[in-house]
Design a protein around this ligand. Structure first.
Ligand code: SF4
Ligand code: SF4
Length: 713
């Protein structure tokens, strides 16, 4: 061995040892924090499905490719680095054996070609990413930039590191080509081109170049490893366990049921999350995995209307707090037992806006509509909604700290069984003049569906008209159904999204008992919130039913010819996707199909539609809270609709209807619209109008027109 060999091996070993020590230390801390977190047994199992998910989303980059430009660049870098790992293996091998080649494939021209092809591709992708970062810089776009609040320098370090890895290995391979030891001189076209620039250099110079660039490559690689362990780039390691413990079939799903047994509660019982270490371990994995890409932020209705909530910043703040708390959490002697503040003397969520000693501001927590746009967009499936509800559960149930204007809604659900406090006796008012079968004990044998009317459908004036239409349409199609009438109670959805899990569980238990005693198997709902709760969340409480939304049922009735639209509806219509029907349950086409067969309609889509639909502002119990910061979410949404100059804004949710209708009225009162120029309707109402005359919809054989300028009932 000559002196260069000693330098190469000695320096490389030293760099590798130091890097492994720093990275390993960090990874051990992260692992120990995961062990401290709450176990989540429900996330175990389903390994074959998770493997498939891993292949689709990690290897296949399926979700990230939704954002075509940056998605394609990311996929290039990901696939590129999978291939280019072979170069790093070769480089490490070369430290110890200058003639090292990967067994079996190491001398194949194809490998050399692929390595150089992807070197070129990754260079192009890095330049593309740099261009995106400059074009979308927060300095230029301010709050509108998806990178606003991200660690921008880390992003640039990553790009620089990638260039460093590519450059050092390319020069190394070029020197090997020039000295005639590159194992695949024909296939490695780029290395050959670099090597041709070295041809003619003395052998010693080539040796020095090789040694210097091999050391530089090993140092860059090891530096990158350490950087990954300490930065947002940790996702390239944590994305694998993240997927292994993912919620299936997708990240946006039913909230986790935190079983509450009052009898078993003692002074140590904690409901929800009041300290960072009380999160479940997959929530910590979320914090580790956020790439700070800001896709979630760019779609968030709260952020886009000037509220302080950004789902990205929420996750980053929790993560930074977790890391800052780690030395204390992992050292028992430093953990104090104070109830209200954590190891750093901070509250996790403030009790009022602007509190300095709170990790998450009060207005951040309470601005969320639980619309799920963040989860839908996140390329690494971070479950922001679950984090938010975990925090709300603690504030509401342990501290009674929440926007007090929503207290009435909770009280009403508890005492009257509905958010408005109108009570069971009013629940059949919508059916006045109609023949609607009400379940008396058991559901009638011949009933195909239990029609779950919902609190809004039974009690809110605008929604009641839709309930009548849906009932009439089912009757016209010969669908046999029954309702629970006064036996129906709020599903508990607003209480659950608000964080009042105990009340939700009371309602769920009561409703499931009613439905099971009645022998219900199939349910049709008109409210997407009821649909979501009955379909996805009641199974945890022993209520497993086949649940469809009214738009799914109506679409199938139209498709089967049981409902045949007859009268043309001469109007321009745009459809607003309710979050709990669309993103939460992937029902996008049936509402559109309901009106597809109606002649005369001109259908136009808003730019933000389907899985990128923009919330109306009512979800997450926001319907019952003041909205005093920024612009109103429903105004933002209706302005997008009004830009298309529609006659009708259609939806399929009573809460969306109320929010959008209020927004139309606000715009009309501002003078932007003539009274009645634009109407907010449910898709079923359009179908009902087209089926004129539907028998006795109003008891007089005529149906109220939904088209512009016509009189409402
Ligand atoms: S659920 Fe909707 S409102 Fe809440 S943080 Fe996510 S995108 Fe924003
Ligand atoms: S939460 Fe997901 S979408 Fe949001 S910044 Fe992090 S990685 Fe990107």
């Amino acid at each position: 061995m000559d002196v260069l060999d000693w330098i190469r091996i000695g320096a490389s070993l030293a760099v590798i040892a130091v890097a492994l020590w720093f990275a390993g230390r960090r990874l051990l801390v992260l692992y120990r924090l995961l062990r401290l977190a709450r176990p989540m047994p429900e996330r175990m199992g389903n390994w074959p499905q998770k493997l498939r998910y891993q292949l689709q989303h990690v290897l296949g980059q399926q979700k990230i490719l939704k954002w075509t430009g940056s998605g394609a660049l990311h996929a290039l870098i990901f696939w590129g680095f999978v291939i280019l790992q072979t170069q790093s293996v070769e480089a490490i091998g070369e430290v110890f054996d200058p003639d090292f080649a990967i067994p079996l494939i190491g001398r194949s021209e194809v490998l050399g070609f692929l390595q150089d092809l992807f070197t070129l591709a990754v260079f192009v992708a890095v330049v593309g990413f740099a261009a995106i970062r400059l074009a979308q810089s927060p300095r230029r776009l301010g709050r509108a930039s998806r990178f606003a609040g991200s660690n921008l320098l880390q992003g640039w370090y990553v790009l620089l590191g990638e260039v460093g890895l590519l450059y050092t290995v390319l020069v190394l391979r070029g020197a090997r080509y020039a000295e005639g030891t590159l194992p695949y001189p024909e296939g490695a076209f780029l290395s050959r081109w670099v090597g041709e620039q070295f041809v003619g250099l003395p052998e010693t110079s080539l040796e020095i170049i090789k040694t210097a660039f091999l050391l530089a490559h090993v140092a860059t690689l090891m530096g990158f490893l350490v950087f990954v362990a300490y930065s947002k780039h940790l996702h390239i390691l944590t994305v694998f366990p993240k997927v292994a413990f993912a919620r299936l079939p997708k990240a946006l799903g039913p909230l986790q049921s935190e079983r509450i047994d009052l009898e078993a509660m003692d002074e140590d019982t904690v409901l929800g999350v009041g300290k960072i270490e009380q999160f479940g371990f997959t929530r910590l994995l979320d914090m580790y995995t956020c790439t700070e890409c800001g896709r979630c932020q760019s779609q968030c209705p709260a952020w886009n209307t000037g509220k302080p909530l950004s789902p990205k910043l929420l996750i980053m703040d929790l993560r930074d707090h977790l890391y800052a708390s780690a030395p204390h959490l992992l050292d028992d002697s430093k953990v104090d037992g104070h109830e209200d503040v954590d190891v750093l003397g901070k509250m996790l969520v403030g009790d009022r806006p602007g509190q300095q000693d709170a990790v998450i501001d009060y207005d951040v927590l309470w601005s969320c509509t639980t619309c799920g746009a963040c989860v839908e967009e996140c390329p690494v499936d971070i479950e922001h909604v679950d984090h938010i509800v975990d925090l709300r559960r603690y504030k509401v149930q342990m501290e009674s700290s929440f926007p007090q204007e929503a207290a009435g809604m909770l009280r009403n659900i508890e005492h009257a069984g509905d958010p408005w406090g109108l009570g069971a006796s009013k629940r059949m008012d919508w059916a006045e003049g109609l023949e609607v079968p009400v379940v008396d004990g058991r559901i009638p044998e011949d009933a195909e569906y239990l029609f779950w009317v919902g609190c809004a459908g039974a009690l809110e004036d605008r929604a009641k008209k839709v309930t009548r239409d849906v009932a009439q349409l089912m009757a016209a199609a010969g669908v046999r159904y029954a309702v629970l009438g006064g036996g129906e109670r709020c599903t508990g959805d607003p209480a659950r999204r608000m964080g009042m899990e105990y009340l939700f569980q009371q309602m769920a238990t009561q409703n499931v008992a009613t439905l099971n005693e009645a022998g219900v198997r199939r349910v049709v709902t008109w409210c997407p919130h009821c649909f979501n709760t009955l379909r996805n969340e009641y199974p945890d409480f022993g209520g497993t039913y086949e649940v469809v939304h009214h738009t799914q049922l109506l679409a199938s009735l139209v498709a089967d010819g049981r409902l045949a639209p007859q009268t043309a509806v001469d109007a321009k219509v745009t459809y607003h996707d309710p979050c709990y029907l669309g993103r939460h349950n992937d029902v996008y086409e049936p509402p559109r199909a309901v009106v597809d067969g109606v002649a005369g309609l001109e259908k136009v889509e808003m730019p933000r539609c389907r899985n990128q639909g923009f919330c109306c502002g009512a979800g997450g119990a926001r319907m019952w809270m003041e909205e005093t910061i920024g612009t109103r979410v429903n105004h933002d949404r209706i302005d997008e609709a009004l830009a298309l100059e529609p006659d009708l804004v259609a939806s399929a949710c009573p809460f969306c209807m109320v929010m959008l209708d209020d927004a139309v009225n606000d715009r009309a009162s501002r003078g932007d619209l003539a009274e009645g120029q634009v109407r907010v309707v449910d898709v079923s109402q359009i179908l009902a109008q087209s089926l004129l005359p539907v028998a006795a919809v109003n008891g007089n054989g005529a149906h109220p027109s939904v088209t512009a300028g016509a009189e409402h009932e």
